[in-house]
Design a protein around this ligand. Structure first.
Ligand SMILES: [Zn+2]
Length: 344
């Protein structure tokens, strides 16, 4: 993974040098070439792309209509940025719909988008393992980057999961901060501050949007408190340990079949442990999520007679969910209904 990213970054650095040489004397502004599905790491092909995009670039900049160009590292960052930016911003979710973000990393096209962006929003705490290298490689002087989790108290991660200590945050902390509504509110506040920094003329607009949603986060938090504190059962069994902050906020206990990252396969001993736990505590529902295979959750359910149900960690929404108008708040309301049904 990291090797691929370095290849992309070094190919882009070469492209930038060659492009500067070719474009010197030309008044072309930075431009966004047409998206290509095939990732191209050949410097000469990238130069062609850059030149081809250059002539088309002007029109596209006009059609952006003076809006802030905002890149968001995955779905919740996208949703919060859209809610703050309203009609003053064009926000791009870097991770495509239906894609799980833990192993995703940017391709050449995404780096080009970042070079042209005004604001880059990422959650941090290690979920975007690529962010440090990419930020260090960018030439974009106007870019305002915001680590939305800044200022939050982070829960410890499971370093043993990766097998080795890494120099960045990856694996050191539990990155799933947004699943506590009060943390999510703080993330949106940090995002709002970045918008104000990048576009101070519209400060009142961004502040007013933040106030609207800040009330909704408080209401959601109160609803979670009222609903969950009244329920007798507190243990939830989930496919991957995304709900640590949520459980922490509302007095629940999370048992993860897999670890903090959904691609870590449980060994037979772990499976046996989970099955014992489910039986001993009369856990009736095993939660899984849509972007990851439900196989292990189904195995545990089959062994114990429990049901399976979706609990959405909001790491990405499907095309269908997006089309139906789902967002952070609607998914969190659905999650609360599922938790209530499982724990009463
Ligand atoms: Zn996760």
């Amino acid at each position: 993974m990291k090797k691929n990213l370095s290849t992309t970054l070094s190919a882009l650095a070469m492209t930038a040098l060659v492009s500067i040489a070719l474009l010197s004397g030309c008044s072309g502004t930075a431009s966004k070439p047409e998206a290509s599905d095939t990732e191209n790491t050949s410097a000469s092909a990238d130069v062609n792309e850059t030149l081809a995009g250059d002539s088309a670039g002007m029109g596209e900049k006009d059609s952006q209509g003076g809006k802030l160009k905002v890149m968001a590292s995955f779905y919740p960052m996208y949703d919060f940025a859209v809610k703050i930016g309203g009609d003053k911003a064009e926000v791009i979710d870097m991770v495509p719909a239906g894609t799980e973000p833990h192993d995703w990393e940017p391709a050449a096209m995404d780096i080009k988008d970042l070079e042209e962006a005004d604001v880059f929003v990422y959650s941090g705490a290690g979920i975007e393992h690529w962010v440090k290298d990419v930020l260090a490689s960018l030439q974009n002087k106007k870019l305002v980057s915001v680590e939305a989790s800044e200022g939050l108290t982070l829960l410890a991660g499971h370093e043993e999961e990766d097998g080795e200590a890494e120099e960045d945050d990856h694996g050191q902390y539990d990155p799933h901060v947004w699943l506590s509504p009060i943390n999510a509110k703080k993330e949106m506040e940090n995002i709002k501050n970045a918008f104000v920094k990048a576009d101070p003329d519209n400060q009142d607009y961004y502040e007013s949007n933040y106030q609207t949603y800040s009330v909704r986060f408080d209401e959601l938090d109160q609803k979670y408190k009222d609903t969950l504190s009244a329920l007798p059962n507190k243990d939830i069994v989930v496919s991957h340990e995304a709900f640590g902050y949520l459980c922490n906020a509302y007095g629940l206990n999370q048992v993860g079949i897999e670890g903090l990252s959904p691609d870590s396969e449980p060994d037979p001993a772990r499976m046996a442990e989970i099955i014992d736990f489910v039986r001993a505590n009369n856990v009736r529902v095993i939660f899984f999520e849509e972007l990851v295979s439900p196989k292990v959750a189904e195995t545990v359910a089959k062994e114990t007679g429990a049901a399976t149900q979706v609990l959405n960690p909001l790491e990405g929404l499907s095309d269908e969910e997006l089309k139906s108008g789902a967002d952070y708040f609607s998914v969190m309301e659905d999650n609360l209904k599922q938790l209530e049904a499982a724990l009463k």
